[in-house]
Each structure stands twice: as C-alpha cells, then as structure tokens.
Design a protein around this ligand. Structure first.
Ligand SMILES: Cc1ncc(COP(=O)(O)O)c(C=O)c1O
Length: 390
C-alpha cells in the first residue's frame, strides 16, 4: 500500500465544490471589507452597495437558469432549505405528490414530515438499477388530487440525468406543478426553467455554482403563491404584521448572507464564462476515464449509467470484500484522496441500485479536477483491491 506523501486530491465535489475560484474568495473578502452593511435595511451608500450585490447575484442566476424576473429567486442557506420552502409552502392537507426512488433525504424527509403532520399522500416512482425513471410511469401516477411532482435533476449517488423537460411537459398536460432538485445539476448540466417547464427550482450555491457554503436559492414561478417558510423583518412594509407579498421580500425574512452571495455571484460569473456545456463535457470525460479504469479491476462494480451513456461527474462503486467506509478511510489516510462513503442521504436510490446493505464509495469530479487525479484514484483502488483479494 502506498504510504508516500501524495498531493491532496479532492474528489468529493458532489458534497461541496473545492477549491473555489480565486475570484470567489476575493469577492467574499471584498464584500466583508467594503460592503458589510445590511442589504435592504438602510439608504446610506454602503447599504445600497450591499443591496446591489444581492440584486446582481439574482441577475446572474436568472441568466444562467433562463428566469425572466430575477426577483422570482429567493436566497436560502442551501438546497435543503430551498426544498423545505417549496414543499412546505406549496402542499396542503390531502394533496398527492409524485416523486422518485432516487430522491435525496432533503426531499424525502420534508415529505414524510408532511405525511405525518398534515396528511399528504406520496407516491415514489421506481427507478431501474441505473437510476432511470420512466416519464410514462410518472404521468400514469397522476391523480385528481396530485398537485406536485418532485424530481431530482441528477442522482447524487448514480449520476443519472433525468429527462426533466419531458417530465415538465407531462406535468403541464395535467396542470400539476414541477419542483426540481438541482443540487447536482446547477452549474453542471444546462437548466432552463422556461424550456423545461419548471415551476420551482431548488439549487445550492456551494456545489456546481462554486459559491461559498451557506448559499443557495429557490426559483418560484410568478404564478405560484407559496406560504413563506420564515416570517419576519424584510426592511419593507414594516407597518404591517403580514409578510409582504412583494418578491423577493416575501421569501427572504431576516438579514441575508451578503458576503456569501457576493462569492456566489463570482462563482456564477465563472460558470457563465466557462459555459455549463463545457463544464458538463469535461466532467463527463473525466467520469468516463475513471469508469474505464475501474471497470478493468476485476472486483469493482460501478453504479449508475454504463460507460458511454450520459451522466454527471459522479462515479459510485463498490469493491467486493472491502467495506466502503474502510476503503474511503484507506484512500484518505494512505493516499491523501478525499471521497465519500456510506449511503449519501439517499437510501431509496441504494434500494434501486441494490446496495442498500453495503452503501458505496462515491468519487465526484469538479471543474478543476485533472486526468492525473482521476488516474491516481484508479491506481489506488487497484492496489487496495489487490491487497484485499490476496
Ligand atoms: C440531490 C441532492 N439534493 C439535496 C441535497 C442537499 O443539499 P444541501 O447540502 O445544499 O442542502 C444534496 C446534497 O448533496 C443532493 O445531492
């Protein structure tokens, strides 16, 4: 087993991206140093500059996701908060929701909470072993009380990409709203809320958009009225006890993460400049390289779509006879390679993939990952699997 000190290799981008582009760090520091007033809470010059940061961040996000009105984006702390805002703000007692077996716990748990607390009904559509979900199965599950379809744009375990535009068309045909969890697609796969028929888009700032942790957002289509998750100060209409109707104030009670959002803005600019299409192509090619290498190791089983098929830069796998947690520990301690092991907050997807007993190791590449880094992981897995099979 290799014990020589290797350069640190970060292959856990699906959890959060690292490192961030230099301009992101600089934007955070600059906002803290120079624009640290409370946005929307004053009319002095520094408060106006802070508000401008929020406005410009919304504008760039709107460009990226083809959102007509930037004020239809509410900032949140992460995808989980965005999903809670959408699910708890939209669903009413007696509503029926359709979701899938590849969802993250950040969808499954709020849904379970509402099943228990207010009495909603949820149907989880099966996926095949590779994470594919049939649009027809989703459409066939629509009932008279179905008000929402929730789909993961891309599985955080399998890397599978769902046909969101087709699901959007099916939802449209039946007058059902579509909520998309873009945790693994924002900045990684093209997202166009208008072309894809998306009514709500929950996205993180800290993954593919390369912003700091503690940033995220929810796009809410203009015709949708959600009950706000938080009620409180907005700096506007202070005389009324009601949460203002005007957006984004309606969904943004409390002081916002101005410096974090300055960083997010820089991250989105970086992504727009690189283009999502190029990022997607690069990450796909790295994933293919890793899969080809791993597939040549006898006792390795790769989850998700087959070599050559569409997927994101997520490659999860199991090695016969090696516990995934142990494998990730060895990679960390002996090879200086960071991956993630376990159930990845998605037990339903593990059920579909047949790994509910074992969990899996997940390697995920990012915009700065190199071929050499991917090759180092391959060699490490080869070495470890040989040791274990002796
Ligand atoms: C598909 C999916 N949804 C939701 C989340 C939760 O994201 P966050 O950590 O931004 O709350 C994740 C996190 O990895 C995810 O992969």
């Amino acid at each position: 087993m290799s014990t020589k000190a290797q350069q640190f290799i970060y292959l856990d981008h699906a959890a959060t991206s690292w490192p961030k582009p230099q301009i992101v760090t600089e934007a955070v520091i600059n906002a803290m140093l120079n624009d640290g007033a409370n946005p929307g809470r004053g009319s002095h010059a520094m408060a106006v500059r802070a508000s401008r940061i929020l406005f410009d961040t919304r504008k760039h996000l709107a460009k990226l996701f083809n959102i007509k009105n930037p004020n239809d984006i509410a900032f949140t702390s992460n995808t989980t908060m965005s999903l809670n805002m959408a699910i708890k703000g939209w669903l009413k007692p007696g509503d029926h929701v359709i979701s899938t077996m590849i969802e993250h716990n950040s969808v499954r748990r709020p849904l379970y909470c509402l099943e228990q607390s207010i009495g909603i009904e949820v149907t989880y559509i099966e996926s095949d072993e590779q994470g594919n979900v049939s649009v027809e199965a989703i459409e066939n599950a629509i009932k008279s009380n179905t008000t929402l379809i929730i789909v993961n744009h891309s599985s955080n375990l399998l890397g599978t990409i769902l046909p969101v535009a087709e699901i959007g068309e099916a939802a449209q045909r039946h007058g059902v709203k579509l909520l998309v969890d873009a945790a693994q697609s924002a900045g990684i796969i093209p997202v166009d809320v208008q072309a894809m028929g998306i009514h709500m888009l929950a996205f993180p700032g800290h993954k593919g958009l390369l912003g700091p942790q503690g940033t995220g957002g929810l796009y809410i289509a203009p015709e949708l009225e959600l009950e706000p998750l938080l009620h409180g100060g907005t700096g506007s209409q202070s005389e009324t006890p009601h949460q203002p109707l005007v957006r984004p104030d309606r969904y943004e009670a409390g002081t916002q993460n101005t410096s974090g959002l300055a960083g997010l803005q820089a991250g989105v600019k970086f992504v727009l400049n690189e283009t999502v299409e190029k990022i997607q192509a690069k990450e796909w090619a790295l994933a293919q390289r890793l899969m080809v290498g791993l597939s040549e190791i006898a006792n390795v089983h790769i989850l998700g779509p087959k070599i050559g098929e569409p997927r994101t830069g997520i490659v999860a796998f199991v090695v016969d006879g090696v516990d995934p947690s142990e494998l990730s520990f060895i990679l960390d301690q002996h090879y200086n390679i960071a991956v993630r092991a376990g159930f990845h907050c998605t037990p339903l997807a593990h059920t579909s993939a047949g790994t509910i007993e074992t969990g899996a190791v997940r390697a995920s590449v990012g915009i700065f990952t190199t071929q050499e880094e991917v090759d180092s992981l391959m060699l490490a897995i080869k070495e470890i699997s040989q040791q274990y099979s002796q």
